[in-house]
Design a protein around this ligand. Structure first.
Ligand code: SF4
Length: 56
């Protein structure tokens, strides 16, 4: 299951830029998964998160 740790996320927006089909920024300025498809771009976004907030 794709998850974003809301405590760790610093709201840099990188994941949403890399994979907007899976990650979108919410009203708190944090990333949220909007799909549970573990696509290539979702994996790239997970690997690119600077604080390791994404698990998938
Ligand atoms: S890349 Fe990581 S820190 Fe940046 S918005 Fe996404 S989950 Fe948050």
């Amino acid at each position: 299951m794709i998850k974003v740790d809301q405590e760790k996320c610093i709201g840099c927006g990188l994941c949403a830029g890399i994979c907007p089909e899976t990650f979108q920024m919410n009203a708190e300025g944090k990333s949220e998964p909007v799909s549970q498809e573990v696509s290539n771009c979702a994996q790239n976004a997970g690997a690119s998160c600077p604080v390791g907030a994404i698990s998938l």
